[in-house]
Ligand binder design. Structure first.
Ligand SMILES: Nc1ncnc2c1ncn2[C@@H]1O[C@H](COP(=O)(O)OP(=O)(O)OP(=O)(O)O)[C@@H](O)[C@H]1O
Length: 288
């Protein structure tokens, strides 16, 4: 028994070592400290000014090569382009997971490197992607993660706007149903609607949507899109788009290629222009 136990102990110590290595890791961008824009003054004007960026892990491969983009308050701006063009990297810089190598990203004219990252990510920006993370806990707790101080009424109101209330009420324990690893498993569309309810409770001025409506069946997609239409009102929205059909109504479409923004305009104008955007549309239509 002792010989078996010693093997287990060695494996435990090695695994524990790795866990503590992560716990003690210091992020190069501090998580707290810096300026905060009071909620009533925050407009949500995002600007990229000649931003160059190289991932620290991949020196010598510049991913953004002078991106300039002006996203006015309450505008919906969609980024599209082929895979690897740099769309998700733009979103990572908005959330300040990295700092640009040169150039700057500003929010209401303030360089985001001067802003408190925990405020930026926790209050100013909401992020919805196609694989939302749900924690082991009740549906209510999962929605409340967007704003822990919210009341039950506010949670229900957000769930209704996110088209989630009906399926939640159908669960045996309603809002107290446990989801995640040890609870009910939810479909992709249901998870997304919970994530949207969470974002509604958080009420951020800027919303980043990363491919939020892909990989769903038609009915689910309609419900998610309707919920997104509610959450997009009165906010600055940056959509990272792959399927062009979902971004036709965006105020501005920015087409990226090889780390640069190569075309900017609305759907009608870009289609008429006959450039890269119209090529992408043709490419997508021939694949469908
Ligand atoms: N964490 C990372 N470390 C190093 N290189 C990365 C990292 N993330 C992305 N890249 C590289 O940066 C480039 C741009 O990737 P990015 O994900 O921003 O493109 P994208 O347009 O969003 O692509 P997709 O549509 O496939 O998501 C690619 O060459 C990619 O390999």
């Amino acid at each position: 028994s002792l010989s078996v136990l010693s093997g287990t102990a060695v494996r435990g110590v090695t695994a524990g070592g790795r866990v503590f290595e992560y716990i003690h890791k210091q992020p190069s961008i501090p998580t707290h400290g810096g300026r905060i824009i009071p909620y009533h003054c925050l407009l949500g004007h995002l600007k990229f000014d000649d931003v160059h960026f190289t991932y620290p892990q991949r020196q010598g491969h510049e991913v953004l090569k002078g991106v300039s983009l002006d996203i006015k308050p309450c505008q919906t701006v969609a980024l599209c382009g082929l895979s690897g063009a740099g769309k998700s990297t733009v979103a990572s810089l908005v959330e300040r997971f990295y700092d640009p190598t040169s150039g700057k990203v500003t929010l209401d004219g303030i360089n985001i490197s001067e802003l408190d990252p925990s405020w930026l990510r926790g209050k100013a920006i909401g992020y919805i992607n196609q694989e939302p993370v749900l924690f082991s806990g009740s549906v209510e707790e999962n929605i409340k993660y967007g704003n822990p101080e919210a009341s039950k009424q506010e949670v229900i109101k957000a769930a209704k706007l996110a088209n989630a209330d009906a399926f939640i009420q159908n669960f045996p324990d309603g809002y107290n149903t446990i989801v995640g690893e040890r609870g009910v498993s939810l479909s992709g569309g249901q998870k997304q609607r919970i994530a949207i309810a969470r974002a509604l409770l958080k009420n951020p001025s800027i919303l980043i949507l990363d491919e939020a409506t892909s990989a769903l069946d038609a009915e689910s997609e309609r419900l998610v899109q309707e919920a997104l239409d509610h959450v997009m009102v009165n906010r600055t929205v940056l959509v990272i788009a792959h399927r062009l059909s979902t971004i036709k109504n965006a105020d501005v479409i920015a087409v990226m290629k090889g780390g640069r923004v190569v075309e900017v305009g609305n759907h009608k104008d870009l289609k008429k222009k006959g450039g890269i955007y119209s090529e992408l549309i043709k490419l997508q239509e021939s694949n469908e």
